[in-house]
Ligand binder design. Structure first.
Ligand code: URP
Ligand code: ZN
Ligand code: ZN
Ligand code: ZN
Length: 466
């Protein structure tokens, strides 16, 4: 094992910023040597990385990805191999992906299938949440086993009737179980029953373009479902994590719950912070590139999301990376927006977009790391291995150049998808070097990692509860 010294950078964690040299050995952080003390205590190492003028930050933790996810008759276009490589390029060293229970199938079968997709293929570390698509007595029992094994979070859907949808009774039962076994319920909060009526009415009226996806999936129906999920979790006594929050009215529901001191947490994603219904309205079916659920909102909603990120009514930024190619996949919904596969690419862009938010003054540097690394690690039981740079932590470290400018483009990105949702966007800052458990994955803007380096991470229970 090669020891590494990362020298001369500004170490930024959620807790502090210090000019320090970081010593790594046997895949872990051994020590930080503060450089403002006047004495040079820094030891030597097999390899020295010069980080002068750069930030030294924890590798990103993206707690919401869907590699190879089946949806609407096709599959998300990134495999675990291509998707985790792209993650590394973007400074993310851990993903938590969603294994899916098939209807009529056990959780075990779903989990085994996702292990088979990921095993030996990942460039960086990964864990799994479990999507509950069929809540029944057997499912509830299996939840306990999964928590013990390190799959400690469960996604439920109030949307997508006939696919992943659970009714309120099923949701309540899963929450009651989580209240006992320590699992964290993650909620896709949209009133899917009402939305399906509006979809049918829109299509019958000849409204088939992608922009109608945004019109029928109303902010009020996100807020209503968020409110209902919160009340159900209170009745059950379980914590709740609401995924991909996009509407002002939903943030207000979260804020109200959090003001009561409830264990209710919110996640948002870069697409809701940087994109809007203007993108969904792009002509010539280009709007399909921006179809995801919850949908992009009118640009006014962004201010509420940024505020939520500052007040901690929103605690995590994940990507919900779920890419579908424009040609051949998004195409499936020409003439019927409801057939456009839902999801956006972004696993490679999150750290950069959030750094741009620091540059633009929306959040502080430490908040960037808190939202993208530290809190997701704590929320999903990966702390203290992931999400920080401290003695004993995994040496998942990014050397980030805060000054180099880049332009995001499908021409240069590494995700396996034929467009970028952020095409042409200028970013100040760029990932320079990435270590995963002490091994170089990105070095001098080259991928030097390998499929199979990434290891499965069994997770503990939520460490973020009040
Ligand atoms: O549109 C999205 N978000 N696709 C992925 C599935 C989900 O609901 O998270
Ligand atoms: Zn050694
Ligand atoms: Zn969802
Ligand atoms: Zn998702």
């Amino acid at each position: 094992m090669t020891s590494t010294l990362i020298r001369g950078g500004l170490v930024v964690t959620a807790a502090e910023e210090t000019h320090a040299d970081v010593l790594v050995d046997h895949g872990r952080v051994v020590a930080l040597f503060a450089r403002d003390t006047g004495t040079d205590l820094t030891p030597s190492a097999d390899r020295v990385i010069d980080a002068t003028g750069k930030y030294v930050i924890p590798g990103g933790v993206d707690a919401h990805t869907h590699m190879e996810m089946p949806f609407g008759g096709t599959y998300a276009s990134d495999t675990f191999e291509t998707g985790t490589r792209a993650a590394a390029w973007g400074g993310t060293t851990t993903i938590v992906d969603f294994a899916i229970q098939g209807v009529g199938k056990s959780l075990r079968e779903g989990l085994d299938a996702w292990h088979a997709k990921a095993d030996g293929r990942c460039a960086v570390d990964y864990g799994f949440h479990m999507i509950l698509a069929d809540v029944n007595d057997r499912t509830l029992k299996e939840m306990d086993t999964l928590v013990e094994e390190g799959v400690t979070s469960f996604k439920l859907f109030m949307a997508y009737p006939g696919v992943f949808y659970s009714d309120d009774g099923k949701i309540l039962r899963a929450m009651q179980r989580a209240a006992v076994n320590g699992g964290l319920i993650m909620m896709h909060a949209e009133n899917g029953i009402a939305i399906d009526v509006l979809v049918e009415q829109a299509l019958a009226a000849g409204k088939t373009d992608p922009r109608y996806h945004g019109e029928v999936r109303k902010a009020l129906l996100e807020a209503e479902a968020t409110h209902r999920a919160i009340q159900l979790s209170r009745v059950a006594g379980s914590p709740l994590y609401v995924v991909h929050v996009s509407a002002t009215e939903a943030v207000e529901e979260l804020a109200r719950a959090r003001d009561l001191g409830l264990n209710v947490f919110g996640e948002t994603c870069p697409q809701y912070l940087f994109l809007s219904t203007d993108n969904l309205a792009e002509p010539d079916f280009e709007g399909a590139k921006y179809v995801c659920s919850t949908p992009l909102r009118p640009v006014e909603h962004q201010a509420a999301l940024w505020r939520g990120l500052r007040t901690n009514d929103l605690s995590v930024v994940s990507t919900d990376h779920c890419p579908f190619c424009f040609t051949g996949q998004k195409d499936l919904g020409r003439g019927d927006f409801s057939r456009i596969p839902n999801g956006l690419p972004g696993v490679e862009n999150r750290m950069d977009l959030l750094h741009q938010a620091v540059v633009d003054g929306h959040i502080t540097r430490r908040r960037w790391i808190e939202l993208a690394c530290a809190t997701p690690a704590r929320m999903f039981g990966l702390h203290p291995r992931k999400g920080t740079i401290a003695p004993g932590a995994d040496a998942d470290i990014v050397v980030y150049d805060p000054r180099t400018e880049q332009v995001i483009s499908a021409e240069t990105h590494h995700m396996n998808v034929d467009y970028s949702a952020y095409e042409g966007r200028r970013i100040t800052g760029r990932v320079e070097t990435v270590l995963s458990r002490g091994e170089l994955v990105i070095e001098g803007r080259e991928f030097v990692g390998r499929a199979g380096h990434g290891q499965y991470q069994p997770r503990g229970t939520c460490q973020y509860l009040l």
